[in-house]
Design a protein around this ligand. Sequence first.
Ligand code: NAD
Ligand code: MG
Length: 390
Amino acid sequence: MKRVSILGATGSIGRNTLDLIARRPADYRVVALTGGRNIAALAQAATSLGAEIAVTAHDDLLGDLRDALAGSGVAAAAGATALEEAAARPADWVMSAIVGAAGLRPGLAALEQGATLALANKESLVAAGPLVMAAARRTGARVLPVDSEHSAIFQALAGEDPAAVRRVVITASGGAFRDWPLADLARATPAQAARHPNWDMGQRITIDSASMFNKALEMIEAREFFGFDPDRIEVVIHPESLVHALVGFCDGAMMAHVGTPDMRHAIGYALNWPERAELPVAPLDLVQAGQLTFRAPDLERYPALRLARAVMARGGLAGAGFNAAKERALDHFIAGRVGFPAMSEMVEAVLDRLDRQPGRLDGAVTLESVREIDQVSRALADDIAKEQAE
Ligand code: NAD
Ligand code: MG
């Protein structure tokens, strides 16, 4: 019987995780489920799976959550501290599927209690990779990747000598605007950006796929999780989204991970690791797929990829600044305050301003320094959004 908690249980990754757990109820005991504003979905999942506690991130919704859970035997809590406490409840396996830097502290709390952390929340590695990985080393807790590309790399590396790796290729669909004329991007709307060609994901990551900020985060995630040299991390556009990543070795062999685009594969791999188990994932019909195509990403269309390389070269707190500026730029785009291309301009300008403040990006990566850079970067992004609007 595995004790499991899901942070971000009401989101896209969270719902897919609940689906796998609900299919094998005898194998799991659900400890904590967390969510945001969708109280009905949170309460429904917690009640049907018999969770110990359900937690909403929003203090003002505690009353609603209590009402929704009345008589169910599931405890209710709300707020940022309650989220961390939920993650710290004794469990064997914790899914980190909150979106954004808000996932960092709860994820660390899960590692501190020694639980295996299934990490979908790539932002915590981008903002504070050394902190997360050090917490895992200190407590002996495992971090298992859930991002499909990183799960693919992890699987391709199983049983291999890391010293034999020469290159890692992460694939990208190219997102909603892959084939749009560049000149049209300035008029792209959030609704258009939120249509992914192949994957069904949350709104924020889907828009980040159109800008390839998602791929930029994933390059940094690969560096932080596996320790790869940035020069060995490559990105190719693969419109079919069937090859998730490839690892190249010193003898020229490349191990590719191939499968249908269904996050329940990567989630299930992390849930069952080190074993493999049957999963409700459709088998890939290669003949029907017909062909796998690849092309180089155009850095003019996807400046985020260039910024990711600059962030990795800069090191220190640059990842925390990059992630926060990106989150804020995305807020501004979703709210209709800035255009689509303005997001990468805003992030680049934030990084430039941070870099011009002596020592600003050089400190050790601690919870405190990450929090401070995060706040400063969001404020700078707001200033720049105002300047762009003028
Ligand atoms: P989503 O928006 O569908 O769900 C996010 C979840 O986090 C929800 O439960 C929401 O209530 C909660 N949440 C949002 N803001 C919060 C806050 N400030 N504090 C606490 N909880 C908050 O997102 P998603 O697509 O499921 O993505 C979750 C994470 O997984 C992200 O880090 C994303 O990059 C990563 N990821 C997602 C996919 C995918 O297929 N959706 C694939 C790879 C990686
Ligand atoms: Mg991914």
